[in-house]
Design a protein around this ligand. Structure first.
Ligand SMILES: NC(=O)C1=CN([C@@H]2O[C@H](COP(=O)(O)OP(=O)(O)OC[C@H]3O[C@@H](n4cnc5c(N)ncnc54)[C@H](OP(=O)(O)O)[C@@H]3O)[C@@H](O)[C@H]2O)C=CC1
Ligand SMILES: O=C1O[C@H](COP(=O)(O)O)[C@@H](O)[C@H](O)[C@H]1O
Length: 513
């Protein structure tokens, strides 16, 4: 079969069997309310994701209405024109028609985050939409997306609970989506969870971590548990170390004020990279039910040992404090490498090296599993490097396996090569959905598999809180690094100390079409 004939299983069919939530009415009006509609996330991610869902027919214009809510006083049309630019990027003329139709579904309500007036008005607008669109037996589904700073989550959730819940006479549901960072440390996260937990059931709360919506992150369980050859290899007997890496080639760019309060560990490592670690390291779940998967993730997190300061490198790029919203003497790290150790039968002794940095020399996110040296190596191929299995999350999704082969030709010598599954080449013409697109669709379907459960969040903060407090107290300070570099040299030294052996003279070159 040629590669063009490859068959992609339709997502809908696959999911309906496995994940269908019981007793959920899926017909009737759907109101999606984006709170913080004037902000950065809303315009760059939330509205574009909603547009893509609309374009693909997942949001039925006869049922759906979208509401923007924020304090900024703007009209419906002003909000629409703010968003438009982000929807038309790369759009065809047919898409442009779609953009106009989509924008007409959006209405804007202005109000504060802690006063009832705005929320009463919002409820009224939603009810008007529901009354005009719903048939007698239709349900009322209300999805509140909090694209807001976490400081206002408690008051906003209180307002939703008091004034904007779906009308129970109509059936349906009310769900809320909250963004990361969920708190700043264990104590503040627990406080936030208690405040929201008093208002909503866990089944109504969707803690979004958009890395869980990335194609190759979603592929991890399939890869690990549907392939016989990984089963016996995926453990301390065969794997020497695992790296999970996030690199960005730009700095904080206008988000310095936000970033300085959080730093790279809270922004990327404690959530995105730790979630990836869970999927790499967890045991096989009983089934694909969200609770079974999340139970296993919690177990891995609870097995992580306290972080040793000798296994941490922090960095801050030169020029970071030039941003007027960043204090001159900030010691917030914009780079960090942290080694985590999992104390269980499968992973004892295997370092999980989490690395994240801004203003580095490239933009890339990947998982790199390095295998142990071959015992009794008759080819003396250590010089060729170790086997590695690399999962590139972005850009250009790919998986490749670095392995040693005979150098083609008359001589018996070895060379490092790779088995390569580059998605752009293998799945030509298949559009890979944006993470936010999938995750918002999951919230509408009531599938919590790819969202962070409360106990998962708690376990994640338990791992990082002591280290974060030491940094906040100035006990650990970042090393300077040049923008556009690999980060502080000490990070490479730590990698080596943790047992990673770099293969010299070999670079994987992604195939071009
Ligand atoms: N931007 C991004 O790329 C990402 C953001 N996130 C998370 O998403 C959430 C929103 O992020 P983002 O859109 O960047 O944030 P913004 O700073 O753009 O804030 C969103 C909106 O919230 C309101 N707002 C801002 N500050 C305050 C405040 N102190 N008190 C009350 N309201 C305020 C403003 O609306 P108005 O004044 O009109 O009411 C603003 O337009 C955050 O939790 C963030 O961590 C997560 C991943 C990526
Ligand atoms: O959550 C965040 O993620 C982005 C990176 O997301 P990606 O999908 O482009 O990898 C990061 O820039 C931002 O600082 C952080 O808050």
């Amino acid at each position: 079969m040629g590669s063009g004939a490859w068959k992609i299983e339709k997502r809908d069919d696959f999911r309906s069997e496995t994940f269908k939530e019981e007793n959920v009415l899926e017909n009737g009006t759907l109101s999606i309310i984006v709170l913080g509609a004037s902000g950065d996330l809303a315009k760059k991610k939330t509205f574009p994701a909603l547009f893509h869902l609309f374009k693909q027919g997942f949001l039925n214009p006869n049922e759906v209405h979208i509401f923007g809510y924020a304090r900024t006083k703007i009209s419906d049309d002003e909000l629409r024109s703010r968003i438009r630019g982000y929807l038309i990027q790369g759009a065809s003329s047919k898409d442009l028609e779609g953009v106009t139709k989509f924008l007409q579904l959006i209405k804007y309500v202005s109000g504060s985050y802690d006063g009832e007036e705005g929320f009463r008005q919002l409820d009224k607008e939603i009810a008007v939409h529901e009354d005009s669109k719903n048939s007698a037996d239709g349900s009322s589904r209300r999805l509140f997306y909090l694209a807001l700073p976490p400081s206002v989550y408690p008051s906003v959730c209180g307002m939703i609970k008091n004034y904007c819940m779906n009308n129970s006479d109509h059936g349906g549901w009310t769900r809320i989506v909250v963004e990361k960072p969920f708190g700043k440390d264990l104590e503040s996260a627990e406080k936030l969870s208690n405040q929201i937990g008093e208002l909503f059931d866990e089944s109504q709360i969707y803690r979004i971590d958009h890395y869980l919506g990335k194609e190759l992150v979603q592929n991890l369980l399939v890869l690990r548990f549907a392939n016989r050859f990984f089963l016996p290899l995926w453990n301390r007997d065969n794997i020497e170390n695992v790296q999970i890496v996030f690199r960005e080639d730009f700095g904080t760019e206008g988000r310095g004020g936000y970033f300085d309060e959080y730093g790279i560990i809270r922004d990327i490592i404690q959530n995105h990279l730790l979630q990836v670690l869970c999927l790499v390291a967890m045991e096989k779940p009983v089934s694909l039910k969200p609770e079974h998967i999340r139970d296993e993730k919690v177990k891995v997190l609870q097995s992580v040992l306290p972080i040793n300061d000798d296994e941490v490198v922090l960095g801050q790029y030169d020029g970071y404090t030039d941003d007027p919203t960043v204090p001159d003497h900030s010691n917030t790290p914009t780079f960090s490498t942290v080694v985590l150790r999992i104390h269980n039968e499968r992973w004892e002794g295997v370092p999980f090296i989490l690395k994240a940095g801004k203003a580095l020399n490239s933009r890339k996110a990947e998982i790199r599993v390095q295998f142990k040296d071959v015992p009794g190596d008759i080819f003396r191929c250590k010089k060729q490097g170790r086997n590695e299995f690399v999962i590139r999350l972005q850009p250009s999704e790919a998986m490749y396996m670095k392995l040693t082969v005979k150098q083609p030709g008359l001589e018996m010598s070895t060379v490092q090569s790779e088995l390569d599954l580059s998605y752009g080449q293998r799945y030509q013409g298949v559009a890979i959905p944006e993470a936010y697109e999938r995750l918002i669709l999951d919230t509408i379907k009531g599938d919590q598999q790819h969202f962070v459960r409360r106990d998962e969040l708690k376990a994640a903060w338990e791992i990082f809180t002591p280290l974060l407090h030491r940094i906040d107290n100035g006990e650990l300070n970042p090393l300077p690094y040049k923008p556009g570099s690999r980060g502080p040299e000490a990070a490479d030294a730590l990698l080596e100390k943790a047992g990673y052996v770099q293969t010299h003279g070999y670079i994987w070159i992604p195939p071009t079409l």
